[in-house]
Design a protein around this ligand. Sequence first.
Ligand SMILES: O=C(O)CCC(=O)C(=O)O
Length: 289
Amino acid sequence: MTPEQISDFQRDGFVIVPDFLTSGMVNDLRSRFEPLFRGEFDTGLYPDEWNWREGRDEQSLTRQICNGWKCDRTVASIVLSKPVGQACAELGAWPGARIAQDNVIWKPAGARSLGFHQDDSYIQWVDPPSYVTCWMALDDTSAAGGTVEYARGSHKWDLTDMQPEYFHAPDDYQATIREAAEASGSNVDLVSVEVPAGGCAFHHGRTWHGSGPNEGSVQRRAIVAHCISSEARFHPNNVNYIYSRYKTAGSLNMDETFFPVTWSDKGYRSPMIESFINGTATFPGADPD
Ligand SMILES: O=C(O)CCC(=O)C(=O)O
C-alpha cells in the first residue's frame, strides 16, 4: 500500500483499489460459484458456514459461504495470496497477516440486503480482536446493484454487539447504523463501492458496512478475505460457536492449518499453503504426497 492509501484508510476506515485482480483470476473465481453453492467441494471438506444451498433456500436471499478456501483451491489461491495478506498487514500495522475467515458472496438480481455491521463485533474470540478485510468484486458493481456501502469515519465509533441473525436479509438493513450514529453523536456519510470486476476495497474491522437489495439486472458476486494479525491468539474465555472448535486444550495458539499466515515482514508464509494450492496435499490438513 502507498503512504497515501494508508492515510486514506486511517482517516476514512476504508480504501478503494479499482484494479486488483486480473481478468483471468476473476473468471476462474466466477466459475466456482455454481459448483460451490451446489455442494461440489474439490477437497471433500464442507465450508465452516454454508448459508445458502441450491434447492433448499429461498431464491431472494443473498448466498454466502464462509471459509470456502478450505473446500476450493481457486478460492484459496486468492484469499491466501501474498498481496492480500501484505496489504492487510500494512493497513493494520501488523508484522504479518493470517486469514481468519473468507466469504464467497453471491447476490443475484432481485436478492435481498445484508445488514449494516462492524466485522470486529464477530471476532471477540480472538486476541487482539481486530480485522482488516479485503473485499473483491467479481462483477462491475453499482449502488443500485447492491454493492457494499461504507460509513466514512465510522471506524472511530464504539464497537457494538451484533447478533449473527441480523446479518441476513433484515427488514431494514440500515437500522443498526442509524442507532450507532445516534449513540456516537455522528452523521452517517455512506460511500458505495462502485468498481469494475476485479476492483477491491480494504476496510477496518470497526468500519460500519452493509449492502442493499440488488435492484439491478445483473448478479453481484464477491470474494472477501478477513485477515487478523499473524500474532493473534485465541481469546482465553470468549467462545465462538463455530471457530472456537479449532482451539486445542492447554494452548491459545491458532494452528496454521486452520488460520494460515499468508504474509509476514520476515518473509514467512505457512508452508501448507503452497502444497495445498498446488494439489500435492489433497485438503488443508493433509500431508503432501
Ligand atoms: O458483500 C457484501 O455485501 C458484504 C460484505 C461484508 O460484510 C464484508 O466484506 O465484511
